[in-house]
Each structure stands twice: as structure tokens, then as C-alpha cells.
Design a protein around this ligand. Structure first.
Ligand code: PHE
Length: 430
């Protein structure tokens, strides 16, 4: 596990990979539509608060556990204690989330292919968009299978030759595509309405459900509460690392990209009459492709858009697959190649079940994992570092120079974050 192969080359490549894990369908697919459903700016404020008070501290805690233990999410917690349960719990969350995530990854590849074929271009007179979940079982299984083949191809290479290399290529291209689309959106007539919608808070829309969703999403978008950050943290090179700075860099990049995506999507949306911002998941797979069909240069826009979504989905999915690979490799003793093939095939089977039983599984698993399991995973990790590893660990995270910060973080991890998250989640249940 600890060979140089299984380490990031340096802090910078770790940050790229962590941004890759964080920036995903959550930023592009989910964030814009939950903002749309919950009334815009007021929701964003709650979300930013959740990132600050719970997301970033727990990100640091998770990263710290990985860096300290240098092992997979199951072996990282002490055996024969209740804390041990955190590992298997994280693996179950990961399998559930990756199971549905890759189905959407398959839809994205399908839509990317359709873009390249000119389906969503203004020159296609008979544009007819079939919602991806109605696209037929065989077709969805095929695209999801292809998505897994890409994930497996990356993960087989291990940390440096797989995850790191892929992140070094995919993340810069992804950021470039986002910037190009953002600049293009600035010149669309819907810019004013889009910024009003995104940034003007409407507190009347802040329901309890919206608050639960904002906190759940803060976890999901930063990839905390799963073990992904822990697993990547276990591959950090030796030496002292300013963990807070890494966590803040990833959180800022992730939030910035989510905002830009929201801006791009709503700017395109509001440039057309009859745009429905609360269209839900259909925003990405129905509304937008339709709008590309009515926009000048829609052909290129649609290709750029779905390419960036595919890259974002891929770099996140590999971080989830890596959690499972690290655990299975540790406990089976198999080599990287076989472990990756076995885990990838198993996960493909799980996703095929989701496709086959879409109505019964998809929304339920999505809600249950991001609104309950991930916050619970995050609370466990927070409590573990705050109480079990205690003040010495927190001092290790923050460094000696900032005693005030260190006791602040200790109490955030011990009490503030767990109570805030648990309170809100329970509030949603009761
Ligand atoms: N953060 C990713 C997103 O926003 C999802 C993810 C969760 C990835 C957990 C890895 C681990 O899409």
C-alpha cells in the first residue's frame, strides 16, 4: 500500500485529484436544480454557511485520518471499538451513491454522443429529446458500462499513473471549458435574470426541507462523509502539509465552479422564453439540450457542455471506486489489476440493478444517501477526530502557530458540526 506508486507525487497533484473528486455531478447537475427549486440566493447563503461550519472542518478531519493512518477507510478505524463501524458504513454509502452516480454518468456519455451527432444543434429540424431514464434498458446499460470501462481504465493505473495522470489532464480542460461557457453566457440576454435568481435571496422560500437539502449537499459536493477524502489523504506524500489550506482550496474551487455552473445554466435558460428554473433533474437532460437547439453555435456549446459534465462525473466516480478498491485490495491481497476489475464489475452490476428498478431505487437512494447517510458519516468522522483522537490531533491539523484556531476547530468537530448537522437532519425526519 505504501509504495511510492501508491502516493500522489506532490501536494499540487493531490489538490487536483481532490478537486476532481469534489467537482462532479453534484455541482453541475444537482446544485443548479436544487437552487432553482428552493428559491435561489437564500438557499445559496445557507449552503455557504453549511460549507463553512460543517463541510470544511469535516473535510479536514477526514483528510487528517487518511494522512495519519495511511490506509483504506475500513482499516483506518480502531478494531474492537464502536468507531470501527464508520469504515463499513462508508463503504455501503459509497456503493449506494456510486451505483446511481454511474447511471447518470452513462446518461451524460449518451448525451455527449448525441451532441457530437448534432442532435441538439439548431440545424437539426426534428429535435426530440427523450428523457434519459426512458431511453430503454439496453441503451442505458450500455452507456453505464462504457462509463465504468473508463473508470476502470483510469483506476487500474493506480494513484500516480491512473488517478493523478487523469486529473492532470481532465481538470484543467474542465476548468477551461467552464470558463469558455461562462464567458459565452455573459453575452446572453438572460444574464440579468440569471444573476438575480441566483444571488437575490428570497427567504420566504427557505423551507425546512431546503435547509436539510443545503446541509446534505454541502457534504455531497465536497465528497465528505464517504471516505473518498480519507482514501486520497492516505496517498498524500510524507511531510508536513497545511491541511486547512488544502481543504479551503478544494472548497473554494468547488463552490466557485458550482456557482459558475449555476450562472451558465440559468443564463442560457433565461435567454429563452418560458424557461422553468425549478425543472428539477430534467434541467440538464431536457431543458438545456432543447435550448442548445435554439441557440446560435448550439452545436459547439452542447459538445463543450456535455464534455465538461462527463469529465466532472468521471473524476468523481474514480474517487468513489478508489474507496472500494483500497478496501478490497487490503483485505483480499489481490493485485491492483484484479481488484479494479472485480470492484468495477461489481459496481456495474449494482448500477444495472438501479437501471432495471429505476422507479423503486433512484430517488430513494439519492435522498437517503445525501440527506442522511453522508451527514451521518460526516458526523461520525467529526466525533472521531474531536473526541477519540482529541486535542493533539486537532493541533496537528492546524499547526502549532494558531492555538486559538485549534481550540475553535476542536469544538467545532466535537460539538458544533455534529449538533448542527444532526439537528437539521432530525428536524427533517420529525
Ligand atoms: N462531490 C461529488 C459531486 O459533487 C460527488 C462525490 C461524492 C464524489 C463522494 C466522490 C465522493 O458530484
Amino acid at each position: 500500500m505504501n509504495s511510492t506508486e501508491n502516493k500522489f507525487s506532490n501536494r499540487r497533484t493531490f489538490i487536483l485529484a481532490a478537486i476532481g473528486a469534489a467537482v462532479g455531478l453534484g455541482n453541475i447537475w444537482k446544485f443548479p436544480y436544487i437552487v432553482g427549486e428552493h428559491g435561489g440566493g437564500a438557499f445559496i447563503l445557507i449552503y455557504l454557511g453549511a460549507i463553512l461550519v460543517t463541510g470544511i472542518p469535516i473535510f479536514m478531519a477526514e483528510l487528517y485520518i487518511g494522512k495519519r493512518e495511511r490506509t483504506d477507510v475500513v482499516s483506518a478505524f480502531p478494531k474492537k471499538s464502536a468507531w470501527f463501524g464508520i469504515g463499513p458504513f462508508s463503504v455501503i454509502s459509497t456503493i449506494l451513491v456510486l451505483g446511481i452516480y454511474s447511471v447518470i454518468g452513462g446518461w451524460v456519455l449518451d448525451f455527449e454522443f448525441q451532441s457530437i451527432m448534432g442532435e441538439f444543434s439548431p440545424s437539426n429540424p426534428d429535435l426530440e429529446i427523450i428523457p434519459p431514464q426512458d431511453g430503454g434498458l439496453g441503451k442505458q446499460i450500455l452507456w453505464t458500462g462504457l462509463f465504468y470501462i473508463l473508470c476502470i481504465a483510469i483506476c487500474i493505473g493506480g494513484v500516480q499513473k491512473g488517478i493523478e495522470r487523469a486529473s492532470k489532464i481532465l481538470i484543467p480542460v474542465l476548468i477551461l471549458l467552464i470558463l469558455v461557457l461562462a464567458v459565452r453566457s455573459l453575452f446572453m440576454p438572460g444574464v440579468g435574470e440569471a444573476t438575480d435568481f441566483l444571488f437575490l435571496p428570497d427567504f420566504s422560500q427557505l423551507t425546512r426541507e431546503a435547509i436539510v437539502e443545503a446541509i446534505g449537499h454541502a457534504f455531497f459536493t465536497l465528497s465528505v462523509g464517504f471516505g473518498a477524502i480519507l482514501t486520497y489523504g492516505s496517498y498524500l506524500p510524507q511531510g508536513s502539509q497545511p491541511l486547512p489550506r488544502m481543504a479551503i482550496t478544494v472548497a473554494v474551487a468547488d463552490t466557485f465552479i458550482a456557482m459558475l455552473m449555476g450562472f451558465i445554466i440559468f443564463a442560457i435558460g433565461y435567454s429563452h422564453t418560458g424557461f422553468e428554473p425549478a425543472a428539477g433533474p430534467a434541467l440538464l437532460f431536457e431543458t438545456l439540450p432543447n435550448l442548445f437547439g435554439e441557440t446560435a453555435a448550439g452545436y459547439f456549446l452542447s459538445i463543450a457542455f456535455f464534455t465538461l459534465v462527463a469529465f466532472a462525473a468521471l473524476t468523481s466516480a474514480i474517487s468513489m471506486l478508489e474507496i472500494v478498491i483500497a478496501v478490497v485490495q487490503k483485505y483480499s491481497g489481490l493485485n491492483r489489476l484484479w481488484t479494479t476489475l472485480i470492484c468495477g464489475t461489481f459496481m456495474f452490476g449494482a448500477s444495472a440493478l438501479v437501471i432495471a428498478y429505476y422507479e423503486e431505487t433512484f430517488d430513494f437512494v439519492d435522498d437517503f444517501t445525501s440527506n442522511y447517510m453522508l451527514p451521518a458519516g460526516g458526523i461520525f468522522m467529526s466525533l472521531y477526530v474531536g473526541w477519540r483522537l482529541g486535542p493533539a490531533a486537532v493541533k496537528d491539523i492546524v499547526g502549532d502557530k494558531h492555538p486559538g484556531l485549534s481550540s475553535g476547530l476542536l469544538w467545532i468537530l466535537r460539538l458544533v458540526a455534529p449538533i448542527a448537522v444532526a439537528g437539521v437532519v432530525l428536524n427533517g425526519v420529525i
